[in-house]
Design a binder for this molecule. Structure first.
Ligand SMILES: [Zn+2]
Length: 177
């Protein structure tokens, strides 16, 4: 061990992205000299990033936009694993020549991704791209929810129209003129 534990190290602040000096020692709390946010140093053996991002408790809640849009929401919020996972499932479905088993796997994994993103979406998005402004973050996620509800409403109306049409066609078939 020839490493001096009390030297400082140049790192990137996860909030303001400025290069700052951090204590070269894990679990030390200090403030970013630039944006003033509280930061905690990490052990370099554990992660590449020398700093952790603390998720504010205000955003730790259900995210309807992430639940409804899933993969698409992830793409716009820096959460890419749902897209990668969905692509893998799609390829497997294709390779299995759309077997019922892979269709079921696809449906179950889609529902699971939606629920995971509904629960953890806010935290994942915050960690992917830390912000200074909690209110602005929540406003953006609120807009995703509004868009999601509009999407669900429009989709439901279209489905009802299709079902109603099908019902009329069936009725027409059943009563010969
Ligand atoms: Zn900073």
């Amino acid at each position: 061990m020839n490493q001096d534990m009390h030297t400082e190290e140049w790192v990137e602040c996860p909030y303001c992205r400025r290069v700052i000096q951090a204590p070269n020692e894990p679990d030390v709390t200090f403030s970013c000299p630039d944006c003033g946010r509280e930061l905690i140093t990490y052990s370099k053996e554990e992660v590449n990033n020398a700093l952790t991002v603390e998720v504010p408790t205000e955003i730790d809640k259900w995210n309807w936009g992430a639940f409804i849009f899933g993969t698409l929401w992830g793409l716009f919020n820096g959460v890419y694993w749902p897209l990668i996972f969905t692509l893998v499932i799609c390829v497997l479905d294709l390779l299995s020549d759309f077997s019922i088993f892979m269709d079921i796997v696809w449906i179950i994994s889609s529902i699971a991704i939606s629920i995971i993103l509904g629960i953890n979406g806010n935290k994942l998005a915050w960690k992917a791209k830390p912000r200074n402004d909690i209110a602005k973050f929540l406003k953006v996620q609120h807009n995703w929810m509004v868009a999601g509800l509009v999407f669900v409403f429009v989709t439901t109306v279209i489905w009802f129209a299709i079902i109603e049409d099908a019902f009329h066609i069936l009725k027409g078939l059943q009563s010969p003129e």
